[in-house]
Unconditional design. Sequence first.
Lengths: 162, 347
Amino acid sequence: MKDVSALMDGELERKRVRSTITRLEDQDELRDAWATFHVIRDTLQGNVIGPSRFTEKFHERLEQEPVPVVPRWRARLPRMRTMVVAGLSGVLVLAAVAWLAARGGLQAPGSAAPASVPFVDGGLNDPVAIEFAMAHRQLVPAFVSAPAAEPADRVRPAGVAR
Amino acid sequence: MMAIRAAVLGLLAVFLLGPVPVLAAAAATPLDANGWLLRAATAARTASYSGVYVYTCAGITETARVTRIRNASGDAERIESLDGVRREVVRRGDEIHYFFVDSRTVRVDRRVSGRSFPDFLPQDPSVLAAHYTAEVGAVDRVAGRPVQVIRLRAKDGSRYTHEVWADLQSGLPVKRRVIDERGEIVEQFVFTELTVGERINPRQAAPSRRSGYAGWKVENTSVEESLPSVAGAGPGAAGRPLESKAIRFPEPRSLPPGFQKVAQVSRTLPGHDRPVMQAVYSDGMATLSLFVDPDAARVVGHEGSSQRGALSVITRSLGDRAVIAVGELPAATLRKVAESVGPPLAR
């Protein structure tokens, strides 16, 4: 019952937020944020290790944000909506987009509807969490599964037998 | 029943086709779970393939076309997003070209590291036996191909269960699922179409735009060297000190069973002056990074937990430092690890 209620709540709010986002679509920063967001997603997904410059750019933008830059963890949707309406700059939009996408509430332009599979809900929306998640993904795989026979990876631990 | 049918078919084949079925019989030798995992891991490291896969987690669905060519001239890969912002990544060896079609921008970078679907299994999957029960499941069908399901069932609730669908013909993992303790799917990769083998045209791993990139904005970041200095701490690694002036890494008192430190680095994250310490632990399948940031202010207002697919992040402050645990593990596991760090050690 609680879940159903939460879902209903999410659905309602989602529509409102979507219309707000639509109004913002012409803004360059949204497009920029959207692109950055995709790089972040790619990296977290392990599709590819995103250019390190991206993290930097993302961070620079984060630094420019007024404090507090994003809602606290587990922020309630109405608060997020208010912030989107306020038309705050890049990272906030990015955070909103990330948050919405994590909820399945906002799709990339032209993309398909979310799958109706019972996937576990979750959301990675906090810029600090995203930053460290990317740092983790950038470094980790080489240590764990790089076979010794492969050419040396530049982040291979020193002293590992080739 | 199936075994009988297979045997009958095999016998028939022997009579009808002569020497050829000897090979077929060899290929059909039943592999145990570890044999399958090894085959899948090897195929993921060595095969050339081209296909479209779908990533799903928490209502997100993303589709990408991937081509990977391994041949005498090296290792090349191209990944193209099929939804959202049009982006295309072409990697040749260590050099990555990142194309943004909509903004006509190409960024050039060096690969830091990276393994991705379908290359995610450890080189020697037998190391997983201590904390996962490897089981051979049913024969299934994915992307029109017969596949073998292999399950790595977590022996405790501190880590996820993994399922792998390996192509019967090539061994290549064509589907991957991460499942939590309640049996819910945390994330999934699945090829919807796939070609494996040497017949793939290497052009498919080249930039798609035939008309060239005249007029595109190029951002070359490949000279940038933001790599961490690394001290090996893995089993058998001689290693060297983190840094001569380094602070000792505050080891967590609690780690999930079987997690060993495989690396420890001091690295400067983009946009920051002071390096953070990062220790990486692994059970062979899942990894956990523990960051200790000398600047606690960085996480003020950002403390808590978050999750995306199999990846969880826990952020907490610890006196004048911040502790961040990130890994492909349930949030509760990471929380325990993060909370077992400290009190801060003297510098």
